[in-house]
Every structure is written in structure tokens, then in C-alpha cells.
Design a protein around this ligand. Sequence first.
Ligand SMILES: [Zn+2]
Length: 200
Amino acid sequence: MDTFIHHARGHSARIAELQEERESYGRLAAGQSPLALFITCSDSRVIPSQITGARPGELFELRTAGNAVPRYSDGGPAGAEAATIEYAMRVLNVADIVVCGHSHCGAVGARARGDDLTGVPDVQDWLDRQLSEELPDDEEPAVRSAVRRHVYEQLGRLREYPSVRERLESGEVALHGWFYEVHTGQVTVHDPATDSFRPL
Ligand SMILES: [Zn+2]
């Protein structure tokens, strides 16, 4: 933690010292107009701004265990995920949504392998409710095929949200499925034409 505190101190000092940075950060007080909603896993090896080069104000993030998008439930209590998606669509009007899965994902891997999760019941409950039972039986450490299948399914779930559907129909938003390899830094993207992942 000391390293983080030291860095935060340096970050504050750097912005205070440089006029260009002060002005750039100062403009953020007027509000945000991010370019994309980036949905990814909570995994510490996935850093959206590092992958995309996004600056403050450019990426609206939703992070969940296993980058799962809950099924839209009409009339049920709204969760944090639904609120984040609706806000991105109807208030921020973001033009793109990226669902980014990653290699070596603990959540998707546990589901694909059928791991015993009785010691972490909340994790088990989340995965039981949010991850499909039909993920490929993937024993590979990178769980590549299971994660890619999972990303594709999350894109389908997003289309069920009224706020996403209405903007898809009017052509105001586009959906993207990405797969990020934590051990190589490579990104591949889902190609709907071939239902396969290809390099960006
Ligand atoms: Zn993960």
C-alpha cells in the first residue's frame, strides 16, 4: 500500500505543478462524456485504460467478477450493473459498449472446470446466477474457449436491456466483444460475420 500512497502523492504534485495538466484536469469538473462503456472483470491484471490508452473522462467502466452482465429483469430490483448500463445509455449516450473477457479468468475458469466453491459462497452464488452452465468444458489454463463463449453470451444479454435495445435500433450504439490475454497483452475481437475472434 505504501507504494500506492507514494504514487498518489506524486500524482497530486505533478498535476499541481504543470499548468497544462491543471487545465486538462480542471475541465473534468464540467462533467463527463465518455466514448465507451467498458465492461470487464474485476481481475487486477486487466487495466482498461492501459489497454485502450483512455484518459480520464473517456471510459465509463463496469467491473464484475467474470465480466458478467446480469440478465435484464423487468420489474425486479435493479442492481448496480443495470443502473450503470442504463446511465451509460440514457444519460451519457456512449456510442460503444465493449465486453472484454480475459485469459486465465478465475471466475469463468471455476465455472468451466466445475471447481468446488463452498468456501466462498457469495462467489458461488454469483457464478451460479450469472455464468451459463453451457460454457465449454475448458481445462486449458487460459480458459480461452470458455471466456470467448462467455463474452459472446454477455453481448446477447446486453441486447435485452431496453436502454441498449432502443439505441441499437436507432444505430446510436455498437457492441464489441473483446478477449484480452493477460500473459501477452494481445487483444482479439469477436467478428459477428464469422462468429470467431480475430486480431484487432
Ligand atoms: Zn476474470
